[in-house]
Design a protein around this ligand. Structure first.
Ligand SMILES: Nc1nc2c(c(=O)[nH]1)N[C@H]1C(S)=C(S)[C@@H](COP(=O)(O)OP(=O)(O)OC[C@H]3O[C@@H](n4cnc5c(=O)[nH]c(N)nc54)[C@H](O)[C@@H]3O)O[C@H]1N2
Ligand SMILES: Nc1nc2c(c(=O)[nH]1)N[C@H]1C(S)=C(S)[C@@H](COP(=O)(O)OP(=O)(O)OC[C@H]3O[C@@H](n4cnc5c(=O)[nH]c(N)nc54)[C@H](O)[C@@H]3O)O[C@H]1N2
Ligand code: SF4
Ligand SMILES: [Mo]
Length: 692
């Protein structure tokens, strides 16, 4: 007899701006269906295709359900089951021994497998802080853009996503919302039906770009120049909101001098577009009252990414677009939520804090870090790495170095995972983690302005445990007694936010749990009357903080590390610029192992412009080799003018072991960092392509 179906409330945990509210149907202890909550305004009852398959992933036959220890060679992926007690004992012995001798030789490595504040950042951070382990700069995705916003607005703040539906022109800039921000696309379509003009700014004719009225296909990494060229037109044609500039901005004269060096002709040459396109874009933008910009992180994965975001973020203050709730710019809304990071992560637990500050390892250079022998500048060689919520062997740049690091026999590796990923294959201890349907969590969003509670819908599958519980278990086995390490998930969730912040309107954890979500109190047009969170309280065209850090206080265009301008000798050998943005049916490397979704993506492919293909005698459907000095990968060529000339596009991120040649796009990407924020430069990557 089937038990009656019931709904449980959950939150999509994935690294996606939409942070959907989900309803989970449970039968006999199994999740049978996950659907979008019709009552949650941002979700509007709709989930993306990937996550409607979430139950398939939760109950997948290959879920990890038992703790295991390695029996084969490193990377071979052969394990035998052990008990939790033994697993925690082994972990405690090894980590304890290293922590006593050289705590910084321990490195935690995590990212956004779950965006939950409890399973993401809490007990684990407290644990590594207590040990005095190396700290991780979690800069693989958004750090350049976040820095660009911080130096301009004071935090990751922007337009409220619902009001894009009322905008009259929307620039979709370095973003592919049909794949990666679906619920924003719904708003943009509403605007389109009301007569709005949509313009995509993207080197690639993405699924989104092909549905916009206009597509400006600039060269990758040149967005900063385009924004400065728009400013040139706004200034020389006096299309400025002088009152807004006087009242709510800082450093206009300096910005003006900088922008006047970016004539449309110069910008057109840098971006590889028509001069008239720069002028027309600026005129349309300035002459529309409700002019909105949806940036996304695609444009900041290049050397000048931080400056590009900063330059674009200045535009609505120049024209006064912020006066309208349907005007302004949105990259991330995450700064609106009053997260209490100190309560969650407890940096004060670091021995000797704040005089002693353990080293910080940038996660984008994990390949270098794991292959470094250690010296005075670097500090001790990394002896142990603990990976959770991430799959670095597939997603981190310059993969050959990453894999070489993980293959070290003398590296002790713990991986907390739901599946046996490319990274899990290298584990000494592989520990089964619960999914979002099995644990408690609390969420903010970087695409909307609700905070949300996720309650467990089903019991853990097999012996899987929440990340928090796994770290509590290791801490207990080490004999640690710090109370912060043993707080329950409920207690952690309850202090995830600063509940006294007016944005939360007097609510508390109990209310959030009961209601499922709360909309933050934020003005509809957040900067109509200024109120930026910078030191001057203004939109900072000129940043004293940047000047103090020895950096350019004004936004500028910086050519990509790897481009004809940035590295002519390299460009002569590797003339094609490769980008590897998200495939619609994967979420980073998550879901690649869900058969139905992988089948939809087919196999790894690269898109190549017909002229570039012809020059290399490559025909549509040929197997090709993409390579540079760092490595190579194979893929099926698609000859198409979706890619502008000079561009190669390989939608990502494939599990290496599920690709025919055991490799993916990160064989060729580089560990170089961005101008601001120390972000990754995945789309700043020169390659050559040849028929395989
Ligand atoms: N389906 C799906 N959704 C996802 C993800 C996924 O993997 N799959 N990943 C999630 C994550 S972690 C993130 S960070 C977001 C990322 O989502 P987005 O921020 O939208 O970023 P990308 O897809 O990296 O890039 C978006 C577009 O930017 C273009 N682009 C690349 N280089 C440049 C450039 O130099 N200038 C400009 N103007 N455009 C450029 C790409 O061609 C792409 O079409 O999506 C999230 N959502
Ligand atoms: N070439 C190329 N590389 C890229 C990008 C690109 O566009 N091109 N995009 C970059 C970007 S934007 C990002 S954000 C990164 C993303 O890189 P990652 O954050 O590593 O994302 P995923 O590949 O989705 O891996 C997350 C893993 O966490 C696991 N997981 C999920 N929930 C839990 C949990 O509760 N507990 C534990 N222990 N594990 C869990 C999932 O099973 C999954 O294997 O990749 C970057 N790499
Ligand atoms: S991945 Fe994004 S669009 Fe899909 S269900 Fe999750 S939050 Fe919603
Ligand atoms: Mo990301």
């Amino acid at each position: 007899m089937n038990a009656p179906a019931e709904f449980a409330r959950a939150v999509c945990p994935h690294d996606c701006p939409d942070t959907c509210a989900m309803r989970v149907s449970v039968e006999n202890g199994r999740a049978i269906k996950v659907s979008g909550d019709p009552d949650h305004p941002p979700t509007q009852g709709v989930l993306c295709t990937k996550v409607t398959r979430y139950a398939e992933r939760v109950h997948h036959p290959k879920r990890l359900t038992q703790p295991m220890k390695r029996v084969g060679r490193k990377g071979e992926g052969r394990f035998e089951p052990i008990s939790w007690e033994e697993a925690c004992r082994i972990a405690a012995e090894r980590l304890g021994e290293i922590a006593q001798r050289a705590p910084e030789a321990i490195l935690p490595y995590s990212y956004a497998g779950t965006m939950g504040l409890v399973q993401g950042d809490s007990i684990a951070q407290c644990f590594f802080h207590k040990l005095g382990a190396s700290r991780l700069d979690r800069a693989i995705c958004a750090a350049a853009g976040a820095a660009g916003l911080r130096y301009t607005f004071g935090s990751s703040l922007g337009m409220l996503t619902e009001y894009f539906a009322e905008s009259e022109v929307i620039l979709i800039w370095g973003a592919n919302p049909i794949a990666s921000n679906l619920h924003f696309w719904t708003r943009a379509q509403e605007a389109k039906r009301n007569g709005a003009k949509l313009i995509a700014i993207d080197p690639y004719r993405s699924l989104t770009a092909e549905k916009c009225h206009q597509h400006i296909a600039l060269k990758p990494g040149t967005d900063g120049a385009l924004a400065l060229g728009m400013m040139h037109v706004l200034i020389t044609e006096d299309r400025l909101d002088h009152d807004y500039i006087a009242a709510h901005t800082h450093g206009f004269d300096a910005l003006k001098a900088r922008a006047l060096t970016y004539t449309p002709a110069r910008v057109a040459a840098i971006c590889g577009i028509e001069e008239q396109a720069v002028v027309d874009l600026a005129r349309l933008y300035a002459s529309t009252r409700k002019a909105a910009i949806r940036m996304n992180y695609g444009l900041q994965r290049v050397r000048g990414g931080g400056n590009a975001v900063r330059a674009i973020a200045c535009l609505p203050a120049l024209t006064g677009a912020w006066r309208e709730r349907a005007g302004g710019v949105l990259l991330s809304s995450s700064g609106w939520a009053p997260v209490d990071a100190n309560a969650l992560q407890r940096p004060d637990l670091i021995p000797g804090w704040p005089q002693h500050q353990p080293r910080i390892v940038n996660m984008n250079q994990i390949g270098n870090a794991l292959t470094h022998a250690g010296d005075a500048a670097f500090g001790p060689k990394v002896e142990a790495i603990v990976v959770y919520n991430s799959n670095p062997v597939a997603v981190a740049p310059e993969s050959a170095k990453v894999a070489a690091g993980f293959a070290r026999e003398d590296l002790f590796t713990i991986v907390l995972e739901q599946f046996q990923t490319d990274t899990a294959d290298y584990a000494d201890l592989l520990l089964p983690a619960t999914t979002q349907l099995e644990h408690l969590d609390v969420h903010k969003s970087y695409g909307h302005t609700h905070v949300m509670a996720n309650l467990p819908a089903i019991a853990p599958v097999g012996e899987a445990r929440p990340n928090t519980e796994i770290f509590r278990c290791i801490a207990r086995a080490m004999g640690l007694t710090e109370p912060a390490l043993f707080e329950s998930d409920e207690d952690v969730a309850a202090h995830a936010f600063d509940w006294n912040d007016p944005a939360l309107g007097g609510a508390d954890w109990a209310a959030l749990k009961r209601e499922g979500w709360l909309k933050l109190n934020i003005p509809e047009a957040p900067f109509a009357n200024g109120g930026f969170r910078t030191p001057t309280g203004k939109c900072e065209f000129h940043s004293e903080a940047l000047a103090k850090a020895g950096l350019d206080p004004l936004p500028d265009y910086l050519p990509p590390h790897e481009s004809a301008d940035g590295a002519p000798e390299l460009a002569a050998r590797y003339p094609l610029a490769m980008i590897s943005p998200p495939a619609r049916n994967f979420l980073n490397s998550t879901f690649v192992n869900v058969e139905s979704l992988r089948a939809t993506e087919g196999e790894p492919h690269v898109d190549l412009h017909p002229a570039d293909a012809a020059r290399r005698e490559i025909a549509d459907g040929d197997e090709v080799r993409v390579f540079n000095d760092r490595g190579s990968m194979r893929a099926r060529a698609r000859v198409t003018d979706r890619a502008r000339s000079g561009l190669v596009v390989g939608l990502s991120i494939w599990w290496k072991k599920l690709a025919p040649d055991g490799r993916n796009a990160n064989e060729v990407t580089s560990q170089a960092l961005t101008d601001l924020g120390g972000s990754a430069t995945f789309y700043d990557c020169l390659v050559e392509v040849e028929r395989a």
